[in-house]
Design a protein around this ligand. Structure first.
Ligand SMILES: NC(=O)c1ccc[n+]([C@@H]2O[C@H](COP(=O)([O-])OP(=O)(O)OC[C@H]3O[C@@H](n4cnc5c(N)ncnc54)[C@H](OP(=O)(O)O)[C@@H]3O)[C@@H](O)[C@H]2O)c1
Length: 331
């Protein structure tokens, strides 16, 4: 599917972009991978990291707020992965219009540029925070998701479709709980802060996120939201796994934070199918006859929802300890 194809990643110098690039170069033989982002230094660093693949890599400086630049970059591109985003919750709260310009206007620009060129597939990255959003970051990603679903209406007879991949905090990613605990432990701390003793999270690795994007690229017919079926853990079990016997102090939930990560709401359940390793939320409205569900799955029962709190698969302290060995902490 990816052999001999030209793939462009907006936000390609970010954690997802780098992992995706590494994975694709190791498992496929793409014609070209184009990294599209703003900061030349991050591109310079990535260029050095991927030196051995120089002949396949291209680096475009550009902003997703700039539609003309996107159009130029999309010339000759088969697949676009849209990963560029402002994603820090406090930064989005404090600079709301900047979040809107990048996460919403940028998404529309990506859609327009893809429709105006010969792009075949667009997969946009979403987050659990877009589900019943309680902060502006989630709000902008919800709008972005809606734009990508609706973009299929403009496909007409063109061979192009738009789909979404949704996942939660990646284990070890910047600002997430694992690096926070790791830092306290490194500095000799014996007590770990827990926002709420009831708090739960999903466990997903960047590789699992990358694999789901490749699945969406391969299988999407347009408008689907792909969601991984992954285990949950209690944050108190994570603390115990990282610092056995530690003291834990409940510090209270922070603004914009949820007790449990939600991936599929009860309202979504009417359009949700369950597969071996993932869920697909199908669009409520379809715009062309290519948008047919993959019938190998089972429709979830009415009233179903999928959150880290009501998951059926849980990690024990021992499981977490094993998984922690595989986590790359983002600085
Ligand atoms: N990390 C997670 O735990 C997580 C969880 C769920 C969903 N997601 C989603 O996954 C996607 C990728 O996340 P990530 O963790 O890889 O983010 P990241 O590490 O912060 O990278 C963001 C990338 O976007 C680029 N970017 C930011 N603003 C841009 C703009 N206006 N135009 C062009 N490029 C821009 C950045 O480079 P420059 O600054 O140089 O432009 C960088 O390459 C995001 O859409 C995020 O919402 C992430």
């Amino acid at each position: 599917m990816l052999d001999n194809k030209t793939i462009l990643i907006t936000g390609g110098t970010g954690s997802f972009g780098k992992s995706f690039t590494k994975y694709v170069l190791a498992h496929y033989n793409p014609r070209k991978i184009i990294i599209y982002s703003r900061d030349e230094y991050k591109q310079f660093v990535m260029q050095n990291e991927f030196k051995e693949y120089e002949s396949k890599m291209r680096y475009f400086i550009g902003d997703v707020r700039d539609k003309e630049r996107l159009k130029r970059a999309f010339e000759g591109v088969d697949y676009v992965i849209h990963a560029a985003a402002l994603k820090q919750v406090p930064a989005c709260e404090y600079n709301p219009n900047e979040a809107i310009r990048t996460n919403i206007n940028g998404a529309q620009n990506v859609i327009d540029a893809a429709l105006d060129t010969n792009v075949k597939r667009v997969v946009a990255l979403s987050t659990d925070k877009a589900v019943n959003p309680v902060n502006l970051y989630g709000g902008t990603k919800l709008v972005s998701d809606k734009l990508f679903v609706a973009a299929n209406a403009y496909a007409g007879n063109k061979d192009i479709n738009f789909s979404i991949v949704r996942y939660g905090n990646v284990a070890g990613s910047r600002g997430s709980i694992i690096p926070v605990f790791a830092n306290i432990i490194k500095n000799g701390g014996t007590e770990l802060p827990i926002t709420d003793f009831r708090m739960t999270r999903f466990w997903i690795s960047l590789t699992e996120g990358v694999e789901l994007v490749i699945k969406a690229l391969t299988e999407a017919k347009g408008g689907e939201t792909f969601i991984s079926r992954i285990p949950s853990f209690k944050v108190t079990d994570l603390a115990e796994a990282m610092l056995p016997g530690c003291k834990m102090k409940e510090i209270g939930i922070r603004p914009g934070e949820k007790l449990h990560e939600i991936m599929v709401t009860t309202e979504d359940s009417f359009n949700t199918y369950e597969y071996d390793k993932h869920f697909i939320v199908y669009p409520q409205v379809v715009f062309n006859d290519r948008q047919v569900p993959d019938m190998s799955g089972t429709k979830v029962p009415e009233g179903f929802s999928y959150s880290s709190g009501n998951n059926t698969e849980w990690l024990t302290v021992e499981d977490i300890r094993e998984l922690l060995k595989t986590v790359d902490l983002e600085k």
